[in-house]
Design a protein around this ligand. Structure first.
Ligand SMILES: Nc1ncnc2c1ncn2[C@@H]1O[C@H](COP(=O)(O)OP(=O)(O)OP(=O)(O)O)[C@@H](O)[C@H]1O
Ligand SMILES: [Mg+2]
Length: 230
């Protein structure tokens, strides 16, 4: 087993109108390369907050996050941007697609930032959009797509650089049952084919149970680390 991600004693609080809002209170977790993990917990438990920290989109108030053995706090702004672009895929709870770009262009963007040729980026983006069932929506802008379609575009965008880790916040929250099942199957295919580790925040019991490991967040910590017996 190769350790991919290690969050060591993470604390996170926000200051709001002079009040300290403590969200994570010394949370630790380890994720191995290629692992599939669900993160569950009640609304407001700090799941999105944790995912943002793991994805280096926000800084912990205390504690350290190591990715492939390297502490994230040592990286410069540019190194973090490169790290997010090349080593991570992120699917947000609210899609964050660029609204002036088409579906195809949104998916191509991380590949272009990673200096892939336009031709290669377009080829991969088209293939991924086909895979999420959106080959008939390539030139639609986000406002011309349904919520579920936008979520599928953001999944394709998260995968284009074939990252070793995919962080997903409610990836099937807006989708109907059939489409959700297809997206779960696609996530599992990506995991199997490319060894992409999956860390998925979900309220869906079905999705959580389909993962071999479930981390329960209660009171700012991992309350239960539940693994299926292999
Ligand atoms: N920028 C902020 N300032 C102050 N409080 C915040 C901030 N961001 C989040 N919080 C608080 O932190 C707590 C955890 O929020 P978070 O979004 O991580 O919850 P969650 O587990 O993802 O919930 P949900 O399942 O509803 O998405 C909430 O109580 C929220 O009000
Ligand atoms: Mg959330």
């Amino acid at each position: 087993m190769t350790l991919l991600l290690h969050a060591d004693c993470i604390e996170k609080y926000f200051l709001l109108e002079g009040q300290k809002v403590e969200v994570l209170k010394g949370l630790s977790l380890k994720i191995e390369a290629g692992e599939r993990v669900a993160i569950v917990g009640s609304s407001g438990a700090g799941k999105s907050t944790l995912l943002h920290l793991l994805g280096a989109l926000d800084l912990p108030s205390a504690g350290e996050i190591y990715f492939e053995g390297q502490p994230l706090s040592n990286k410069t702004h540019d190194e973090l941007a490169r790290f997010r672009n090349q080593r991570l895929g992120f699917i947000f709870q609210f899609h964050h697609l660029l609204k002036e770009l088409t579906a195809l262009e949104n998916v191509m963007m991380p590949a272009l930032i990673a200096r892939e040729t336009h031709q290669e980026a377009k080829k991969r983006a088209t293939e991924l959009l086909e895979r999420v069932g959106l080959d008939h929506r390539l030139s639609h802008r986000p406002s011309e797509l349904s919520g579920g379609e936008q979520q599928r575009v953001s999944l394709a965008r998260a995968l284009i650089n074939r990252p070793p880790l995919l962080l997903a916040d409610e990836p099937t929250g807006n989708l109907d049952g059939v489409t959700s099942s297809e997206i779960h199957a696609l996530l599992n295919d990506v995991n199997r084919e490319h060894g992409t580790a999956l860390v998925i925040v979900t309220h869906s019991e079905q999705l959580a149970q389909s993962m071999p490991r479930r981390l329960h967040i209660v009171d700012g910590k991992i309350d239960q680390d539940e693994r299926d017996v292999q």
